[in-house]
Write a protein that binds this ligand. Sequence first.
Ligand SMILES: *Cc1c(COP(=O)(O)O)cnc(C)c1O
Length: 419
Amino acid sequence: MPMSQDFKQRLFSQVDSIAAHYGTPFHIYDEKGIRETGAHLQRVFAKVPGFREYFAVKALPNKRIMQLMLEMGFGFDCSSIPEVHMSRELGAKPEDIMFTSNNTSQEEFKYAAQDGGCILNLDDISLVDKVPEFPELICFRYNPGPRRTGNIIIGNPVEAKYGISHEQVVEAYRKARARGAKRFGLHTMVASNELDYTYMVETTRMLLDLAVLLKKELDIELEFINIGGGFGIPAEPDKAPLDIDTMALEITALFDAFKSDNGFTPNMYMESGRFMTGPHGCLISKAINFKHIYRDYVGMDACMSALMRPALYGAYHHIDVVGKEDAPKNKTYDVVGSLCENNDKFAIQRQLPEIEEGDLLAFHDTGAHGHAMGFQYNGRLRPKELLLRTDSSVELIRRAETMEDYFATQNFAADVFTP
Ligand SMILES: *Cc1c(COP(=O)(O)O)cnc(C)c1O
């Protein structure tokens, strides 16, 4: 289950006219699918105390999409000043924003404290003394180190730069309380694109065990635990999706047991990005050139400025040639962009139907960490973003970059300095 059959049908049936109206390339996101995934999460976690998703803004930092998240009652997980700014501009309240920065600057702390603040998630014990205005509600990011074998993508927690160590936990909360904190949360993020639901159950158990420790050592009753993001989506059509229904059942049982053992229970938060929007977006690009040298190449009108993941991680993005979904895949292509970088390839030696000039290709699962990771190297600009709305109309939600955008940072008042 990469892109759903439902999204595919609704999109492909009108993609020619959408492409004619807006021009290619573009990312297009499915409002219906995003809302369904949001509702699904809320349904399966309904019995977990105070369940809330804080959408990881970096996955799809588009205001129109973020508006949908707010409408569903979700908050935002931010890790930079512009992300916090965008959230506030949309009307997010202080406790709708979780600010999880790393290697945090004073400027970031000051910004986070403005407008009533936000939920500050500290990445290190040394930062307790560096927060200029210490908030009443504070959270720490936890790194289990050798206690967990990280998942394949995020790697070994011992090598991860994030969070406080296990040995620092009690001291961190003690110090925070000494600085005036009265309400406490605990956060971790130890997985990325994880498809094994038991991993998330173990993460929840790990945080609940720490909640017991903090109660015992410091008489602190955590207000929430945040199990982070990293919920995976299968890239290949034959791969099984993450079983969030069973995951939610098992997590609910953990909270029930915690409540009867400890007489209180923290709320549960998560901050999923990829799972919320990943499968509900795709990149539509047109085949414009062909060449046949040692391999057969299809040249697209988009390049890695629109989708970095294949070049960066060797990530697989499933491809449909629109209108030829059921045609035999009897050709082998490298599907490439136009950047002067040989890794500017959407797919390498991929079996596809015969592609003709003008064919539209749909690259699946670009709804998270797709457009957002784009860049301008080589003067290749980022494409537009569209929203396929529930009433099947289409809305432009970000225009394509222009040369003016590209040159904007070179337009400034002269500043020559002779030291
Ligand atoms: C990137 C990130 C997320 C979202 O990760 P997904 O894999 O998109 O779910 C959540 N929390 C933090 C702190 C992150 O850095």
